[in-house]
Ligand binder design. Structure first.
Ligand code: ATP
Length: 192
């Protein structure tokens, strides 16, 4: 089984995330992409929406995509959400599976500093999806034996931050997230 792992804050999930999953799926022949919202991201300020709301939006956005699977494993764990723990769990759940860690190009420079980075690189291959308006990422921070794929498909120039800013300003977000996610945000009054 060729599995993609797309982790993030998903605050909220948006079309850029779905396109990144699609680019990785096509480029690497993935049979499944696990979407893993972080409960407590170790390397950035806490998300604005609750973990449960972010997970619910991931479920809504991936519903209808056969191979996209929402995973609650980081929400079920105590403490900061480390990718290494998620990778170990995924590998245990799918022995013999091959895991591809999907990251946007803005994230690549940091990868080498993640907890147990060397073990991360031994347990998975890295799929870098170029974000629009981002330069081709330097891979200098990664160990020489990391297995890295650069994927050339382009995604929408959208980010969680841009969506939160638009909502706070009362601007529409309908073209940036799947319809059920826009509906959920409105219903719950998130990011206002
Ligand atoms: P924020 O602005 O809150 O940081 P984000 O959408 O950039 O929001 P995450 O939800 O943490 O942040 O992103 C999860 C993963 O998806 C990261 O690896 C990120 O690089 C990637 N990603 C997010 N948006 C895009 C996009 N438009 N194109 C490609 N990759 C993306």
């Amino acid at each position: 089984l060729r599995i993609g792992l797309l982790g993030g804050t998903f605050d909220p999930i948006h079309l850029g995330h779905l396109q990144a999953a699609a680019v990785a799926t096509e480029g690497l022949g993935l049979e499944r992409v696990s979407f893993v919202p972080a409960a407590v991201p170790p390397h950035r300020p806490g998300p604005e929406a609750s973990a449960l709301d972010r997970y619910a939006m991931v479920c809504l956005a991936t519903n209808g995509h056969r191979s996209y699977v929402p995973e609650s494993l980081e929400l079920d764990r105590e403490g900061p959400s480390y990718t290494i723990d998620t990778l170990r769990e995924l590998r245990k759940a799918h022995p013999g599976g091959e895991v591809f860690l999907i990251v946007g190009s803005d994230n690549v420079a940091d990868l080498g500093s993640w907890r147990h980075a060397e073990e991360i690189f031994s347990l998975c291959e890295v799929a870098v999806v170029l974000r629009p308006n981002e330069p081709e990422p330097p891979l200098a921070g990664l160990p020489g034996d990391a297995r890295v794929h650069r994927l050339t498909g382009r995604t929408l120039p959208v980010s969680g931050t841009a969506i939160r800013d638009r909502l706070a300003a009362g601007e529409p977000i309908e073209t940036l997230v799947p319809p059920p996610v826009a509906e959920y945000i409105g219903k719950r009054g998130l990011y206002r």
